[in-house]
Write a protein that binds this ligand. Structure first.
Ligand SMILES: C[S@@+](CC[C@H](N)C(=O)[O-])C[C@H]1O[C@@H](n2cnc3c(N)ncnc32)[C@H](O)[C@@H]1O
Length: 255
């Protein structure tokens, strides 16, 4: 029997709820060596998680927020954030990128995180309190239906989440809806080389481990173009499995 989209999303939610509980209890996310759920084992240290942030950035964070990092890149390092801007992080997890963004945009700006997992939202709120940032807000919701009004955001970031969505065209359309004209995307994600079929991607890792659901480079570009973006780039940064890479995805919403 094949897994439905709803069942797959529930599997993802349960996996990341378990990870948040493990971080809260101090035993590390999911029991993986790197502390990462977006990975399947010890060998993933250095390709997923807190190691992708530089020492200076980690110094800006409470230890628990850094330990809760489950991403495959560092979106705050790939997009310019300016004072006073509104930033939205899709799938904000333990809140690391929202906290760093809140510091970048300063007291006149705002950083939002959206996540569907209650345990992650609670962890992120605790981390934000510990970091002493007050211009950050964590919203419960799914990234296929973002709980923010149209044209309300300057920059959308995300770290290793879009690959987990069971409806990627809906996510890209929603990003276009909430961004202001000229708004920017700076996303880290797992992306496959075009030579790999969806079946071949699935042999390289699990869906909840951020591998099987990855788009290919061409699929990502075509999806962003269809959603109304321009200046699109999808650049590989580090290999996470044969033919699969951590990547930086950038685009601008047409004026
Ligand atoms: C791999 S973790 C990444 C967390 C965070 N971005 C980071 O870098 O540490 C994936 C996160 O995305 C959330 N998530 C996955 N699919 C989602 C969806 N469709 N809508 C909202 N949140 C989702 C999970 O609950 C989890 O917190």
């Amino acid at each position: 029997m094949s897994t439905t989209a709803d069942e797959l999303r529930e599997e993802v939610r349960q996996r990341y709820a378990e990870s948040a509980r493990a971080v809260t209890e101090g035993s590390g996310g999911c029991g993986c060596g790197s502390g990462s759920c977006c990975a399947d084992g010890e060998s993933d240290a250095g390709t997923f998680g807190e190691a992708l942030y530089d020492v200076e950035q980690r110094g800006e964070l409470p230890e628990a927020a850094a330990l809760a990092s489950l991403g495959c890149g560092n979106p705050t390092a790939v997009v310019d954030l300016r004072a006073g801007e509104t930033v939205l992080d899709l799938g904000s997890g333990g809140g690391i990128d929202v906290i760093l963004s809140g510091k970048r945009v300063g007291p006149t700006g705002t950083a939002y995180g959206v996540d569907m997992t209650d345990e992650m939202l609670a962890l992120a709120q605790q981390n934000a309190r510990d970091a002493g940032v007050t211009n950050v807000h964590f919203l419960k919701g799914v990234i296929e239906q973002i709980p923010l009004p149209a044209a309300s955001v300057d920059v959308v970031i995300s770290n290793c989440v879009i690959n987990l969505s069971t409806d990627k065209p809906a996510v890209l359309t929603e990003i276009a809806r909430v961004l202001k004209p000229g708004g920017r995307i700076g996303v880290s994600d797992v992306v496959a080389e075009d030579r790999l079929s969806p079946g071949e991607r699935a042999t390289r890792g699990s869906y909840v481990g951020c591998i099987a659901g990855a788009l290919s480079q061409s699929e990502y570009k075509a999806g962003l173009e269809a959603a109304g973006f321009e200046q699109i780039s999808v650049d590989f940064t580090h290999q996470v499995a044969d033919g699969m890479h951590g990547a930086i995805v950038k685009a601008v919403k047409a004026e």
